[in-house]
Design a protein around this ligand. Structure first.
Ligand code: GAR
Length: 221
């Protein structure tokens, strides 16, 4: 008999390529999580199509239809509860979640952000990185806390910033790593291979292997 899989609720606002990475991972028999529900605050989000195509429940809760954030979040929480969601994955969800929301899923809300946090939180992270002139950029999966992109870091991936990069090319390079990193981080979280330790996390090294250094520019050939 196959092991029980954690039930994910994926919150989206846009294209949903990270959602797709999670759907693809969940399509593998040995992946320890399934996508129980996809919820978008944007009715036209392409992510909803991806969910439907994968046969996953797709719901719209448009924040514009609510008089307060509390009412919006109550509606979101209602959908997640109805779908039996145990873990919440923010995947390009462009709304901040409140402390009250987080209380409903303690230590079970994850986010992916397109920078090496704590650098460049908030909007337009890739543009911020280019403007600051960093030579290495990347992405981070972290537990969500009440701040903006401040929660304990689970996993990161780095990519070089090339001299000819613009926001689109750097975003695409980072996004390719996001698609690799988010399914990995979810696997670590739902299997208990990563645990919260105050403001940091402990990751079971047996799962991740030993460390590597990433350097930009790379060593000459
Ligand atoms: C991703 O790059 C994700 O990291 C970013 O939005 C994009 C969504 O793409 N999220 C944030 O900036 C959140 N602060 P997707 O809809 O194709 O997954």
């Amino acid at each position: 008999m196959s092991a029980r899989r954690a039930r994910l609720g994926v919150l989206v606002s846009g294209g949903g390529s990270n959602l797709q990475a999670l759907l693809d991972a969940a399509g593998q028999a040995d992946y320890p999580a399934e996508v129980a529900c996809v919820l978008s605050n944007v009715p036209t989000a392409f992510a909803l199509e991806r969910a439907r195509k994968a046969g996953v429940r797709a719901e719209v809760v448009d924040h514009k239809g609510f008089g307060s954030k509390a009412d919006f979040e109550a509606a979101v929480l209602g959908v997640l509860a109805d779908a039996g969601v145990e873990w919440v994955c923010l995947a390009g969800f462009m709304r901040l979640v409140s402390a009250d929301f987080l209380k409903r899923f303690p230590g079970r809300v994850l986010n992916i952000h397109p920078s090496l946090l704590p650098a460049f939180p908030g909007l337009h992270a890739q543009k911020q990185a280019l403007e600051r002139g960093v030579k290495v950029a990347g992405c981070t999966v972290h537990y969500v806390d009440a701040g903006t992109d401040t929660g304990p870091i689970i996993a990161q991936a780095a990519v070089p910033v090339l001299p000819e990069d613009d926001e689109a090319s750097l975003s695409a390079r980072i996004l390719a790593e996001e698609h690799r990193l988010y399914p990995l981080a979810v696997r670590l979280a739902v299997t208990g291979a990563v645990t919260l330790d105050g403001g940091r996390t402990k990751v079971d090294a047996r799962v991740t292997g030993d460390g590597m250094a990433l350097r930009s520019p790379g060593a000459p050939k």
